[in-house]
Write a protein that binds this ligand. Sequence first.
Ligand code: ANZ
Ligand code: ZN
Length: 829
Amino acid sequence: MRKYDYRKIESKWQEEWERNGTTGAEDDSSRRKFYVLNMFPYPSGAGLHVGHVESYAGADIIVRKRRMEGWNVLFPMGWDAFGLPAENYAIKSGVHPAESTAANIDNFRRQMKSLGFAYDWPRETNTSDPAYYRWTQWLFLLFYKNGLAYRDKAPVNWCDSCQTVLANEQVEGGACERCKNEVVQKDLEQWFLRITEFSDRLLDGLDGIDWPEKIKAMQRNWIGRSEGVEIVFRSERVRKSESEKDFSISVFTTRVDTLFGVSCVVLAPEHPLVKEIVTDEHRATVGEYVKQAQGKSELERTGTELDKTGVPTGATVKHPFTGEDIPVWIADYVLATYGTGAVMCVPAHDERDYGFAEKYGLEVKEVVVSDGESGKLEAGSGKIVGGGEGEKGRRGEMGQAFIEKGRLVDSGEFSGLTSEEAIDKMVEALASKKLGEKKVNYHLRDWLISRQRYWGPPIPIIYCDKCGEVPVPEKDLPVLLPDDVDFNPTGESPLTASKTFHDVKCPKCGGDARRESDTMDTFVDSSWYFLRYCSPHDGEHAFSSHDVARWCPVDLYIGGAEHAVLHLLYSRFFTMVLYDAGLIPFEEPFLKLINQGMVLGEGGEKMSKSKGNVINPDDVAAEHGADSLRMYEMFMGEFEDAKPWDTQGIVGVDRFLDKVWMTVHDVVHTERPEADDALDRLLHKTVRKVSEDIEAFKFNTAISAMMIFLNEWSKSATGGRETAGTFLKLLAPYAPHIAEELWHELGNEKSIALEEWPKWDEALTKDEVVTLVIQVNGKLRDSLEVAAGEDEERVKEMALANEKVKGYIEGKEVKRIVVIQDKIINIVV
Ligand code: ANZ
Ligand code: ZN
């Protein structure tokens, strides 16, 4: 049996807080501002997950403490409401996405309110609301006017089951992130945002923000800055016919030092030169090969463990140093979209090249050896036997190619140089012949934002036969989603079939025109929502510069690590674009980032419907109360670590809260004296511990400290109203309902959320110090300063280690040590 009716108390205070608006940010610049942001949820039909609760409870604790410390805190919530699941649900059930989304949002809001999170509800924002997506469209036009949004035909990732294009970030292991169907490549006209123009700034900015190193590394890796050399291979061919012209192929390499080991030059099948250089003899096989490559996903083409295929073109080029003839091949492990779309194939030193050479019997020339081994290797090493394990693990992980840098052999005038020296010398030599230069490449691609779907913001562009691509005038925004649509996927946007939407007059010439029927990726919506929260009801602007300057950048962003690349990179990109446009005064949106750890199922596996181990926060809150649920999730383990659910653990938290209830009631009903010295010291220690732990996101150890205090307090006959008040303030961010209720029972009228956060007296947090006399055989020899009540064994150790004492006991046997606590220690020898 629980000791109090949490249901009654919790709903009572939730209503009261809402009435009094105790959680709003104020337009008051006299106080320090603090902007705490939770990643806003996609309002799915499943409702809140205990993982959401983890993230929101952590943020709420920080927010409540900061408010009590007098900060002006912004803590908004909203809905990432556009997206595929609502549309897929519409296809299945016939329920319009707007309808199901609204219902889901109501449910999410109800759940959040029932857990007492102190959000600034009047700022609630919904990305599928025309009042929001009007500005998403406005931002698109801003990008467009600045040359940062463009349309291009491009090979795109296509999911045949979702019937849509996917961003690279939405392809996981060659499969669609959502439906796990295999992703294929297709050529389509698509809209892109020019994020690649920001590659270096996106890299450099990472140095100045307080984010987990792991997330920064993932962003760096995704941007993939690569320093290398572009080398030109010239054909200089002897023409057999008029149609054969000279050509040259540029390749990008990070290992120019391996140039003497090149066996062939390989073009991507889509490389524009392929058609030009292929000899008549090879035209048919090359054509065939190009066709089959089109059906493959990028991952299928590039994975090191996969079979490498290719065909010769019959053409050859000259080695830039030796002048030797080098055959030109095409192979689909070379991507058209990276570097120059061509590589020099060096089988001895690159895994993929090795696989390729092995398959087609190409020469494998070893030209770099582990430093210090060069003497052992004869010149002209020729073929390596496939799979042979090199001595001293010289070869790469897969035991085939030696991929490390080392010292050059068989490389003409460059033999004997280290790889680093050779890279410099070779670039110099190539540059003087105009056959090469240093080059930096990035793996980052422009962001493909077109989606052939309904439930997203329409791209505000109109196509006119006379005027071409015409942006929708700003005064005509928003371009509203029509209602007369059929959701069944056809491969074209459902908007194409809507007459009310599709047919439009050209804003320039007034002639017949048609609207762009693609919608934007939902990641566009979430790239700027943190700005909208600052002035959520502004009907004239996407955001007010005044309010954004007041609140932004976000001081603390809390959310899942799964957004390491997509959302967090896009938001940074948007922020930089808006900074350049002079609309905001900062370049990084999120100063500090914290990722909550995943809440796992009871057995330690991931929670999933199919495993039937999903814990529903509604059920837990009904059975234990919102305070218990919140507090338990914070007590489960380190905030940033993954941790399994444990039903026994929450029962422990129930008991703790019951004991809080009983103890404070005891204080109210009996006239307890104020805390004695020992309890007072423990209270100050607890205040310090809880305060510092919250700042360090160590919510679990802060709770332990409160538990320790409560134990001592409930045993003690002291600790009256003042003690209770201080303790409840510490508890309030974690368990706001019970804290508020008991705070009022102590006779207070104002909300505890508006009280001042307790301070501690540093001196009282230190243990009291006593002077201990050390005797040897009853004679005073020295003294020791130790904490009052110090452990006896520890005191003995300190006494024996004392320099003066050592002089008296050296060489003698210690027979006995007598300790009178806090007073005397006598060593008998
Ligand atoms: C020859 C070589 C020899 C290479 C060697 C590596 C090791 P990152 O670091 O990702 O920039 N490459 C270049 N363009 C490519 C494309 N379009 N498709 C597939 N592979 C491509 O990698 C650069 C290396 O990836 C380049 O350096 C090239 O292979 C390959 F011992 O050139 B290397
Ligand atoms: Zn026109």
